[in-house]
Write a protein that binds this ligand. Sequence first.
Ligand SMILES: Cc1cc2nc3c(=O)[nH]c(=O)nc-3n(C[C@H](O)[C@H](O)[C@H](O)COP(=O)(O)OP(=O)(O)OC[C@H]3O[C@@H](n4cnc5c(N)ncnc54)[C@H](O)[C@@H]3O)c2cc1C
Length: 425
Amino acid sequence: MKIAIIGAGFGGLAAAYDMRKAGHEVVVFESANYVGGLASGFKEPHWDWSVEKFYHHWFQSDASMMGLIQELGLQDKVIFPRPLTVMYFNGKFYPFDSILNALRFPGLGFGLNKIRFGFVGLFLRLTNNWRALEKVTADEWMLKWAGKQVYEQMWKPLLIGKFGPFYKDVNMAWMWARIKARTTRLGTFEGGFQQFADSFAEKLREMGVEIRLGVPIKFIKQNQASGSLNVDVESFDKVLVTTSPSLMAKMCPDLPENYLKGLLELKSMGAVVMVLSLKHQLSEQGYYWFSLPKEAGFPLLALVEHTNFVSKDHFGGDHIIYAGDYLEVGHEYFSLSDEELLERFIPAFKRINPAFEKDWVKKVWVNKTNYAQPVPLVNHSKNIPAIKTPIDGLYFASMSQVYPWDRGTNFAVEIGRRAARIMLG
Ligand SMILES: Cc1cc2nc3c(=O)[nH]c(=O)nc-3n(C[C@H](O)[C@H](O)[C@H](O)COP(=O)(O)OP(=O)(O)OC[C@H]3O[C@@H](n4cnc5c(N)ncnc54)[C@H](O)[C@@H]3O)c2cc1C
């Protein structure tokens, strides 16, 4: 068979790997001039490692990703440093990356609330019944079982940060998936995620996969006479699309109305992430991940000091930080200039380190995407588009379909390989 894959993110690359291994002719079309999609990175001339455009790490439980890396023989390049993540309470940050630190965290007091926090966490780790949890919102469930203080201190800021105006609509299975599938140990690839994507693409090329970069596909249409699919002007037996649902709908307007409507009704949040190279370390305590509650007046959700995770020596001594937020498309952060956005974020940097001055900033890069985080509503499993579309030979695998899991490169690999299995029958 001659197979086209639209998108060279980790979903598309993983699907290409399995379909080529099964002996098929595979062409990957990618609109950007590089592979890696949302997990891609960039490099300054004096850096040895790349930095992801949007902060990325793996969890030890990312079995699909770790399994693929093992198959590719690249497991020696995966590292799991021990970075410190912190939570905010009453003007201070506290480590929150182990059971012991959770027990010490003063935000929950030391009595009943801590017990409720522990029991709710344990229940969510142990249960597999996410279908019951998707029937109710995380807001209702957490208020009932974790209680007002635990919910408002721990979980509500996360929901507000990730989903903004939709935070009360998100179902409890989303929260379950985060707690179930994540570990406190965080990993990365030596050289950065872009290094991994490039090594993977190189391996695919050696296997005979053709990867065409800088080729944005405009339409996919069925050729009624031959039954094949035209990808722009070239004909294929089967096509897998790995873009966002809205781009899929645009590319394939011949899909039946029901399927198209399903694609267009899926909600998602965008993201704006600023990467900064600094002359000095921001968090002198060496903290990596700061979860910042909007209610405490922070103008962003996540502040991540990448060089408190991997050494600054990989970046010619530069200190790398990310300042990011999940936002509704149309939010003003999407249209502010880099300079204006920096001015908004500076007060947050000063709250983390009062010595911070603007002249610490060597350079900033601002990355924006409309499609960063699917929003799972109550009974969301009914809304997930099938991988096999109603058009013969046309398949779709995206972040919006990895539900009940939350999006991530691990699940992009999982769904890419699942799509390949379905396509190969
Ligand atoms: C802010 C942020 C933080 C994240 N943090 C993490 C993390 O810590 N760990 C983690 O594992 N994951 C993280 N993720 C999620 C992870 O990046 C995604 O789940 C994963 O990269 C999705 O892969 P994909 O192949 O499904 O899609 P994508 O990576 O989006 O790939 C789709 C590809 O299709 C291409 N394309 C689009 N239109 C066309 C067209 N018309 N023609 C040809 N090509 C086209 C795009 O350029 C893109 O390369 C994060 C994402 C964001 C936004």
